[in-house]
Design a protein around this ligand. Structure first.
Ligand SMILES: [Zn+2]
Length: 422
């Protein structure tokens, strides 16, 4: 009846049940992806949370909404603003069970409410295009179905779980990342539902990342009559940007990308303000200090000039994800679950980052690309493979079942875990 190479009938029955759920999953994905939930669309993000709260009834779990502090951003004119964020939603069940698993998925997308990309299109029988269908609403559907399948099994008492649906991942989890430190202490491992790579493989090590804004202030003056008393904020920013960009290539694995610049207005006025944004990626955490020191030197040189100020905002929000021995073992467990499903899964390093970085930095081994198979994320060509809803739910369900069946999780035991019988 089954072609799964599984350990026992319990696994086979669970996987077969998931296969009967494909059309429900497609319908749920359509519902979620039809709600605009750009990171700053508070109403939309909260609507996703309410929908998930409703769907969670089938899991018969505890539920908590967590208000998030606003995100402080520097606008394009160099002013600080507080942008409100949607609420996080936390679901949990059996916090006293011997094995504790943390599951995480973000509700926000990179597409704001006024972005032209708002609708879902069927590309072919097995592929759809739509905002957030891969990143990460497909993953939410996968996660919930895998848990539902697990809860139907006779092993549920062996394993407790906690889900965090966060509202701000696409802007670097500025508010929700504060929750990860405590969460990491309560769990043996983390499962995160970012999409897999387009070829179906999963992410292993990840680079760390920082987002920064820099504002230069000079002095406005008439470009003809009093040019000499002006202090040109654009020129200062050009100096800063050149010096910053020259740091590229000085250390293996560090990339610095000035990505946005705005300043000035009419060309007969010496511009007094300029704003620039940049991103840095690093391979090792010690590279963060090197970058910060180099930038401090450039800033000090510019600040020493007469009538000019330069101010830096932002910082490194995500530490590099380096795979610990426990994380390597977890990867092998996931690979063996994949093999049972006929999936040959490789773990590949990537320059991209996600909440898996923050969890790894907090000491929690995690797999962060357990969502659907898809690609071209963060663009209007974002697509996902519909049949991966079933295969990836089966993968996650199998991971949960094998964790629950395992008598030896000593490899996941860590220093500093709170009340974690192993
Ligand atoms: Zn994502």
């Amino acid at each position: 009846m089954t072609d799964f190479t599984v350990n026992n009938t319990l696994e086979a029955q669970t996987l077969e049940w998931i296969a009967t759920q494909q059309s429900v999953m497609v319908q749920n994905l359509w519902t979620l992806a039809s709600i605009n939930s750009g990171s700053y669309n508070v109403e939309g993000v909260n609507k996703v949370a309410d929908t998930l709260a409703l769907w969670s009834k089938v899991l018969d779990c505890e539920l908590e909404y967590i208000p998030m502090p606003p995100h402080e951003v520097v606008d394009d004119f160099g002013n600080r603003n507080q942008k409100p964020l949607g609420q996080a939603l936390r679901l949990f069940k059996r916090p006293q069970a011997p094995t504790q698993v943390f599951l995480c998925a973000h509700m926000d997308t990179v597409f704001p409410i006024d972005h032209p990309f708002q609708t879902i299109t069927q590309l072919d029988e097995d592929t759809i295009n739509g905002p957030g269908v891969a990143d990460l609403k497909g993953g939410i559907v996968v996660m919930l179905k895998a848990l539902e399948a697990f809860e139907r099994s006779s092993l549920q008492e062996k394993l407790g779980w906690e889900i965090l649906f966060n509202p701000d991942e696409e802007i670097g989890s500025p508010s929700s990342s504060a929750l990860f430190g405590n969460i990491a202490k309560r769990h043996h491992l983390g499962l995160i539902y970012e999409p897999s790579f387009a070829d179906g493989n999963l992410a292993g090590a990840r680079k760390g990342s920082g987002n920064f804004a820099v504002v230069t202030k000079g002095k406005a003056a008439h470009a003809g009559r009093e040019h000499h008393i002006g202090r040109n904020a654009l020129r200062v920013m050009a100096d800063f940007t050149s010096a910053l960009d020259d740091l590229n290539g000085q250390q293996q694995g560090i990339t610095i990308n000035p990505g946005f610049i705005q300043g000035g207005g009419a060309v007969n006025i010496v511009p007094d303000t300029c704003t620039m944004r940049f991103n840095i990626r690093i391979e090792h955490s010690k590279q963060q200090a090197w970058c910060e020191a180099q930038i401090a030197i450039i800033l000090a040189t510019i600040n020493a000039k007469d009538g000019i100020t330069i101010e830096l905002h932002g910082g490194f929000g995500r530490a590099p994800k380096v795979l610990s021995p426990a994380n390597e073992t977890l990867c092998k467990l996931v690979q063996s679950c994949g093999e049972s499903l006929g999936l040959a899964l490789e773990f590949l390093p990537t320059g991209g980052c996600c909440d898996g970085n923050n969890l790894a930095a907090a000491g929690l081994p995690n797999i962060d690309t357990l969502g659907v198979q898809g690609g071209k994320i963060h663009s209007s060509d974002e697509y996902m493979v519909l049949s991966s809803l079933t295969t990836r739910s089966q993968l996650s369900a199998l991971i949960l079942l094998r964790l629950a069946q395992s008598n030896d999780l000593a490899w996941l035991k860590r220093e500093g875990m709170e009340s974690m019988p192993c």
